[in-house]
Design a protein around this ligand. Structure first.
Ligand SMILES: Nc1ncnc2c1ncn2[C@@H]1O[C@H](COP(=O)(O)OP(=O)(O)OP(=O)(O)O)[C@@H](O)[C@H]1O
Ligand SMILES: [Mg+2]
Length: 300
């Protein structure tokens, strides 16, 4: 089983308008909503690839129920801790002359509810995968990922960490199976600009020395490079085309990589699936559909 964690899932309410003027009543030209969260994105792509995953995290109130409903409709198994207070957040995205976002804080999490979530990791057994993606919300303990990693340690569970900065660094000692920094995250970690592949290689190898088993560096439109545990380096480009939306491309890459690795424990094959999913999302208006993913896989 693949478990994904989304500590603070959201409903993203997207409003389109020609112009947004503050201080008056604005009217929208169109509106839509999506269920959001990095772990949820990974579960969504996994499901489109035919893998059942279990989404873990916190939900609350009517928005929390809707998030769980949508996930179940997508064929994702849900095992969230339902919080007693508040509602799962609604993030507002205004698309006018420019894009503005109002991101909510999310519902409060009690000590007891936090413990309940941690206990759910005990279901993960030998050969399972656990995906920790995104930042830690202000409503839970700062060292949340370390708490999960301590609990999963020595259980032969493959852990994936897609996070930035010190949060990622603190996870390395637990020997995560995979980390996936993008170019900006990698350069921020080392306080340097990454000019060429040798800079990227130097930083990625340092992360491996600190404990990461496989380091997948995604480089947006320039593709990705995998510094694998077997000492080999694997490169992938992108299918030529114009990107529509790159939000969630990295999450799609993580999902595709895991799917490929589950099918065949082969890094080149896993990277090819990761790239197909990431490219498919970049060329779609939301997360990629199955058909686009297969089309991209055929063109790589
Ligand atoms: N403009 C693009 N054209 C084609 N493929 C792209 C483009 N941008 C991203 N991708 C694909 O998506 C992968 C991940 O992209 P990126 O490095 O932007 O991830 P990210 O910043 O972690 O994304 P996110 O965190 O929003 O999910 C790239 O390696 C590439 O395969
Ligand atoms: Mg990312």
């Amino acid at each position: 089983m693949i478990y994904t964690l989304t500590l603070n899932p959201s409903i993203d309410y997207v409003v389109h308008m020609d112009a947004f003027i503050s201080g008056i009543t604005n009217r929208t030209a169109a509106e839509e909503y999506y269920v959001g969260g990095k772990g949820i994105n990974v579960s969504c792509i996994l499901s489109r690839l035919g893998h059942t995953s279990t989404a873990l995290g916190f939900t609350a109130g009517f928005t929390g129920r809707e998030i769980e409903n949508v996930l179940r409709q997508w064929g994702i198994h849900t095992d969230f801790v339902r919080l007693k207070e508040g509602i799962s957040r609604i993030n507002v995205k205004v698309k006018a002359e420019c894009e503005s976002e109002i991101n909510a804080q999310g519902p409060p999490v009690s000590r007891e509810e936090w413990e309940q979530l941690l206990q759910k990791t005990d279901n993960a057994v030998n050969g399972d995968t656990f995906v920790l993606a995104g930042s830690i919300p202000p409503t839970v303990v700062r060292n949340a990922y370390e708490c999960f990693l301590q609990r999963l340690h020595n259980r032969n569970v493959r852990v994936v960490v897609d996070a930035a900065g010190q949060l990622l660094m603190d996870c390395l000692a637990y020997r995560p199976f995979l980390i996936k920094p993008n170019r900006q995250e990698l350069s921020e970690l080392f306080g340097t600009t990454l000019i060429d592949l040798s800079d990227i290689q130097r930083c990625a190898l340092t992360l491996r020395q600190k404990g990461a088993r496989n380091v997948l560096v995604s480089l947006g439109a320039e593709g990705a490079v995998l510094f694998a545990e077997n000492g080999k380096v694997y490169h992938s480009g992108v299918v030529p085309g114009k990107a529509k939306n790159t939000v969630g491309a990295g999450d799609s890459m993580v999902a595709g990589f895991l799917s490929g690795y589950e099918q065949q424990e082969d890094y080149a094959y896993a990277l090819k699936w990761g790239t197909a999913c990431a490219n498919a999302t970049a060329f779609s208006s939301g997360l990629a559909e199955k058909q686009t993913i297969w089309e991209m896989f055929g063109r790589l």
